[in-house]
Design a protein around this ligand. Structure first.
Ligand SMILES: Nc1ncnc2c1ncn2[C@@H]1O[C@H](COP(=O)(O)OP(=O)(O)OP(=O)(O)O)[C@@H](O)[C@H]1O
Ligand SMILES: [Mg+2]
Length: 360
């Protein structure tokens, strides 16, 4: 098994620098996700790790082996892409056998390993079919078997689930997670789907136009985003412009009071703050609604507002509320709680500990 080291990596297309001086380590056996919006450089980095793109400068190593100038076919990589990239004129078994043949594996061993790999992904019954006669989910399982049969040092996957419908996506997701953990294979997974990233990853690198905005475990990134960009990209977040009266620096985590229109909103400082504009960020599930005038508990700021719409979703209910300063926020509560109709006057409760104040 193998760790992956990206050292001071710069990648360009002609004059266009897509990634500049990036550093990153993927630990041995880790499921590591590159997450970010379209065009931020996820595929570019993955293809450079695979050896399809030569970086302008910097270094890539697998363990202590520098592979920067090693061609793809000698990096021992398993790969899976969005489009299945199976050979349409070969059977499922022949598709899976392809990498072993290229490595001149003895025929008897190929037969054993191909059937093992197909069994692992639940496709042993389809060995003699052609890809054209398979569903999308089945094709991606074959692609997974083909990636793993060569016993790769690292597994690289570029949006392998995005062409599948929701149900199949969940099924193939589970196959990938089970196999990755069972084999302990170091994996770099690309997606722009934040839910997929949260569900599957040991760690996530959240990209923002070629840079890593935040790197951490799913719960770290969700619970302690470093910026409004991170909060907004992962999960739902209310991002409210606020005013800071006094600059503050030092360790994040101290209580601060900021102005949200006329209201003194209490929260927790996550970044250094300068006097002037900043953002308060609160997740919909952390906000609570009361009828206007009801008593407010400790550690909460009540902000008056009017319900714009209510949505009942079975397990949960959501309210959209217009605050006195004109900003609109979303709340999400258990549906067993009290609901409010459009037009009702309410107080939105912001818990101090869950209201994150940051500079950008
Ligand atoms: N072959 C290429 N030649 C020139 N520019 C490219 C090439 N491939 C990608 N780019 C540019 O590099 C940037 C990063 O592209 P990349 O494909 O890495 O993004 P991505 O994060 O994978 O996006 P998506 O989620 O849409 O797949 C984009 O601005 C893109 O236009
Ligand atoms: Mg891409």
């Amino acid at each position: 098994m193998t760790s992956i080291h990206v050292d001071d990596l710069t990648i360009t297309y002609g004059d266009n620098t897509v990634i500049s001086g990036m550093n990153l380590t993927v630990e041995d056996g880790e499921f590591f996700t590159l997450l970010g919006p379209s065009g931020c450089g996820k595929t570019t980095l993955l293809r450079t790790i695979a050896g399809f793109i030569t970086p302008a400068s910097g270094r890539i190593a697998f363990g202590d082996r520098d592979v920067t100038n090693v061609p793809t076919y000698r990096r021992n990589i398993g790969m899976m892409f969005q489009d299945y990239a199976l050979f349409p004129d070969k059977t499922v078994a022949a598709n899976v056998a392809y990498g072993l043949k290229a490595r001149k594996t003895p025929r008897a061993e190929i037969a054993v390993r191909v059937s093992e790999a197909l069994e692992r992904v639940g496709m042993e019954a389809f060995a003699d079919r052609h890809p054209g006669a398979l569903s999308g989910g089945q094709r991606q399982r074959v692609a997974l078997a083909r990636a793993l049969v060569i016993r790769p040092s690292v597994l690289l996957m570029d949006e392998p689930l995005s062409a599948l419908d929701t149900k199949l996506r969940l099924q193939v997701r589970e196959s990938i997670m089970d196999l990755q953990r069972e084999l302990g294979i170091t994996t770099v997974f690309v997606t722009h789907d934040q839910e997929e990233a949260l569900a599957m990853s040991d760690r996530i690198a959240l990209f923002r136009s070629g840079d890593i905005e935040q790197l951490g475990s799913p719960s770290e990134i969700y619970r302690v985003p470093v910026s409004s960009y991170a909060a907004d990209f992962i999960g739902a977040a209310n991002v409210l412009p606020v005013t800071v009266s006094q600059a503050s620096a030092g360790d994040p985590g101290e209580a601060v009071t900021v102005s949200l229109g006329e209201v003194a909103l209490r929260g927790v400082r996550r970044t250094e703050l300068a006097a002037g504009e900043a953002y308060a960020i609160a997740r919909p599930e952390h906000l609570r609604l009361l009828a206007a005038g009801e008593p407010v508990g400790e550690g909460m700021t009540a902000v008056a507002g009017e319900v714009v719409r209510q949505q009942y979703l079975g397990q949960r209910q959501q309210h959209r509320v217009r605050l006195a300063n004109g900003a609109e926020i979303e709340t999400s509560e258990a549906a067993s709680g009290r609901g409010f109709a459009a037009g009702e006057r309410v107080a939105v409760l912001f818990p101090e500990r869950e209201t994150l104040v940051m500079a950008s």
